[in-house]
Design a binder for this molecule. Structure first.
Ligand SMILES: C[S@@+](CC[C@H](N)C(=O)[O-])C[C@H]1O[C@@H](n2cnc3c(N)ncnc32)[C@H](O)[C@@H]1O
Length: 308
């Protein structure tokens, strides 16, 4: 079986203090590559709880990590609802939490999930099949302005007007239902030398929108801090500047929450830091980027819960 190749594995294992940690949550389990490395590095009595909103990922990771017995468990769910999922299992606190955002290579390559312009499939893009809106609904039913906003904001694409105009004129004639239909429409509207990059940006923007990825991330971060023990670590790997900005701003805010005017001699607002930022932004080495193409955009941030 071909699995997703995880990025920054050594760095994740070190950041999560695996030699002493007894309980770690991997909230983006995927194919379980990071979880596998964590289980290998942790003590024999330490456990990992995996979570993913994609039920196919849960099944694959469960089969892959079955050999770890009760040291590994997996639950299906959105990390935006982290606290309610773990409360249902009776888990009150953990030593570390990992979120490796985005999609796995397997999701990307599975045509029926509709994430990729390289494979032909239904224009779906939902990581969780219970979500109401598919990318097909978005492409065919949102207004021209709404579509333009999504592609501009989540794809950071410049040729938005041409792309959206082409989509709208096509959908007046017939509904856009497949990834290759959408890819052909986008390609017909843009400069050919930019085609692959623009296609990647359009598909990424629709994926982020369909799965409400940034909303889930915003909901997840404060819940993750609540779930950590004192001195527990939160490690986030992001692949997109918007995700990374949300993480960076959250860490800064939690590390320095004081709202007192700068000229006050001492803090009177009473807001105490809940996190300490650990080290600088971590990027993959040149060698890793050479080996794993998707690693080139990975950025890892680490924070530690401050003693209450
Ligand atoms: C980059 S992959 C993780 C790969 C994993 N680290 C590994 O080693 O195989 C991201 C995973 O996160 C999941 N995911 C993305 N957003 C999620 C969310 N809001 N809640 C739960 N899982 C999510 C995706 O379904 C995907 O399986």
């Amino acid at each position: 079986m071909q699995y997703h190749t995880p990025v920054l594995v050594k760095e994740v294992v070190a950041a999560l203090k695996t030699t002493t940690a007894t309980a770690i949550m991997d909230v983006t389990l995927g194919d379980g590559g990071h979880s596998l490395a964590l289980l290998e590095a942790m003590r024999e009595d330490a456990w990992v709880l995996g979570m993913d909103q994609d039920e196919d990922a849960i099944k694959r990771a469960q089969a892959r990590l079955a050999g770890y017995g009760n040291r590994f468990r997996a639950i299906q769910g959105n990390f935006g609802n982290l606290v309610s999922h773990v409360a249902a299992l009776g888990v009150k606190e953990v030593d570390g939490i990992l979120a490796d955002l985005g999609v796995s290579h397997l999701q990307l390559n599975e045509a029926r999930k509709g994430f990729s312009f390289m494979t032909s499939g239904p224009l779906d893009m939902r990581m969780n099949k219970n979500l109401a809106m598919t990318a097909e609904t978005a492409v065919n039913e949102l207004s021209e302005n709404e579509l333009a906003d999504i592609i501009r904001a989540y794809g950071e694409e410049r040729q938005v007007k041409q792309i959206v105009r082409a989509i709208v004129s096509h959908r007046k004639i017939s509904r856009i239902k497949t990834t290759d239909q959408l890819a052909a429409i986008v390609q017909s509207a843009i400069r050919q030398k930019d085609a692959v990059k623009s296609l990647a940006r359009v598909f990424q923007s629709l994926r982020i929108f369909t799965n409400k990825e940034l909303d889930s991330l915003r909901q997840f971060l404060p819940q993750a801090v609540n779930l950590l023990k004192s001195s527990g670590r939160l490690v986030i790997i992001s692949y997109h500047s918007l995700e990374d900005r949300i993480v960076k701003d959250f860490f800064r805010q939690e590390a320095n929450p004081c709202i007192c005017p700068k000229d006050f001699p001492r803090c009177v607002c009473g807001l105490e830091p809940r996190l300490k930022i650990i080290g600088k932004l971590v990027r993959p080495s040149e060698d890793e980027v050479f080996r794993i193409r998707t690693a080139r955009s990975a950025r890892m941030r680490i924070a530690e819960k401050v003693q209450a």
